[in-house]
Design a protein around this ligand. Structure first.
Ligand SMILES: [Zn+2]
Length: 502
């Protein structure tokens, strides 16, 4: 792994349906972290993509009268199209039906087999075709249902291959002891630990009846559960994302896997064991987020309460969507979102607190100083409130605390608004009684706006570009108040968050 490398991933999205806000949410979160790390000068690799095998795809394709590959192609294209729309800066988009992925999965799984970590066996258990996963007794909902899909499950019995997860019991317990922040937030870590301490059973690796899946290299009659092929994308992608180059040494182990809580078990329990079984290092950290709820339930196609990210972006713009999601719901927790809440924050926070502040500051520099930022001293009281803010944001984002980091920045935005009210620059300008104080106030407002906007780059990529250009800020690295002297020519900006017609 490179000394300065930062490798962040999203889950790969299942192509049995079209993208919804839940997918956008995970991806935007990873993008906030990727952009922030680039600002810190890291050598970032950001991966997203689509998960294309398994019985749910087979069934959905059959229902529509197309081949699984046709269905996968059609929906994968929609996920790929989503990325620029939500301003996501992924370095590669992996599709698990890519032959280069399949080839590498076969190599890795053969190694798992050669190392002795699989065995034959009989599986009898509760199978959810939508999860493409067996449920243990303690995972079942009332009346033998899938707790996620709320459908009745059928008990199945068949001969297949098993991954010897139980053999990794002690090693997994050790991992969580040695690395207390392997999974964040902490309550998700505790769930993973509880699951492990409950006693691990071997997990089914393949099925004879599955058609749309990768064959086991040592027993091609059996096809791999989609989960194994899917998890391995994080490693295989590095082998072919850059033509003629293998990035594995530069980026593996991954710095961070971002995902929703429903796939915690696969990532936090099975994934490290599978990596050890294949002689690979485990990732450094996983950040687990909750569900965005409309009313009570998780957004999903099958529950029919989908908020279309494309529609939201049409109305408010991608920046506003990114901002709203991380501002409204504490990242890591479940939380409710609503159109009314979205409109409220757009108006009060983006348009008023931030957009108006930027317009006012730049207009005053234009009007009172011909658009040239005065050269002046840092205001002591303002400096006190800005002190250490960038460092706090860095620390919070290192733990994937996206909402808390944004709150730190928003405190600065509010502080700058108070600074305007306290210093009343329009009064200082009236008779130029104290031109030095007016210089100082304007210089500090521009500095405050610049420092704040640099911190907002990951959350508001488009707005921050417009504003940083107007502020004549060339770099994108985080800055301290007063780290730039005055003297720059700045420009007025049009309203950054215009009124939305309802
Ligand atoms: Zn299910």
């Amino acid at each position: 792994m490179g000394a300065n490398s930062y490798y962040v991933t999203t889950p790969i999205y299942y192509v049995n349906a079209e993208p919804h806000l839940g997918h956008a949410y995970s991806t935007m979160a990873a993008d906030v972290l990727a952009r922030h790390m680039r600002q810190r000068g890291a050598d970032v690799f950001f991966l997203t993509g689509t998960d294309e095998h398994g019985e749910p795809i087979e069934t959905a394709a059959e229902r529509e009268g197309v081949t699984p590959q046709e269905l996968a192609d059609r929906n994968a294209a929609k996920f790929e199209e989503l990325m620029p729309i939500i301003d996501v800066t992924n370095d590669f988009f992996i599709r698990t039906s890519d032959p280069r992925h399949k080839e590498r999965v076969a190599e890795i799984m053969q190694r798992v087999y050669d190392n002795g970590w699989v065995r034959r066996g009989i599986w009898e258990g509760w199978y959810c075709p939508r999860c493409a996963d067996f449920k243990t007794e303690r995972e079942l909902g009332p009346g033998n249902t899938c707790p996620i899909h709320e459908i009745e499950l059928v008990k199945q019995r068949e001969e297949n291959w098993f991954f010897r997860l139980s053999a990794f019991q002690a090693q997994l317990e050790g991992l969580y002891e040695e690395r207390p922040d392997f999974v964040v937030p902490e309550f998700r870590r505790n769930e993973a630990v509880a699951f492990i301490k409950g006693g691990l059973e071997d997990v089914s690796l393949s099925r004879p009846s599955l058609k749309w899946g990768l064959p086991l290299p040592w027993d091609p009659e059996q096809r791999m559960y989609v989960w194994f092929d899917a998890l391995l994308n994080y490693v295989t992608a590095l082998g072919f994302a850059r033509e003629g180059e293998d990035l594995t040494g530069r980026y593996w182990p991954a710095d961070l896997h971002v995902m929703a809580k429903d796939i915690l078990k696969f990532h936090a329990v099975i994934w490290p064991a599978l990596l050890w079984a294949a002689d690979l290092e485990v990732p450094k950290r996983m950040a687990i987020h909750g569900f965005l709820l409309m009313g009570e339930k998780k957004m999903s196609k099958s529950l029919g309460n989908v908020l279309d990210p494309f529609e939201a972006i049409d109305r408010f713009g991608a920046d506003a969507l990114r901002f709203y999601c991380f501002r409204e719901v504490s990242f890591g927790q479940d939380g409710s979102i609503s159109t009314a809440g979205f409109e409220g924050r757009y108006e009060t926070e983006l348009a008023n607190d931030y957009g108006n502040l930027a317009s006012r500051v730049l207009a005053m520099v234009d009007r009172y100083r011909d658009g040239v930022v005065p050269v002046a001293q840092v205001d002591a009281t303002l400096a006190e409130d800005f002190e250490g803010a960038a460092g706090r944001v860095r620390e919070l984002l290192d733990r994937a605390e996206l909402t808390q980091a944004l709150e730190v920045v928003w405190t600065l935005v509010r502080r700058l608004n108070r600074f305007v009210e306290e210093t009343r620059p329009w009064e200082l300008a009236r008779d130029e009684a104290d031109p030095e104080r007016l210089d100082e106030v304007l210089y500090n407002l521009v500095e405050g706006l610049r420092v704040t906007t640099l911190l907002l780059v990951p959350y508001l990529p488009r707005t921050s570009e417009t504003l940083l250009a107007a502020l004549a800020e060339e770099g994108r690295a985080l800055a301290e108040l007063g780290s730039r002297e005055g003297g720059q020519k700045v420009e007025r900006v049009p309203p950054l968050f215009p009124k939305i017609e309802s």
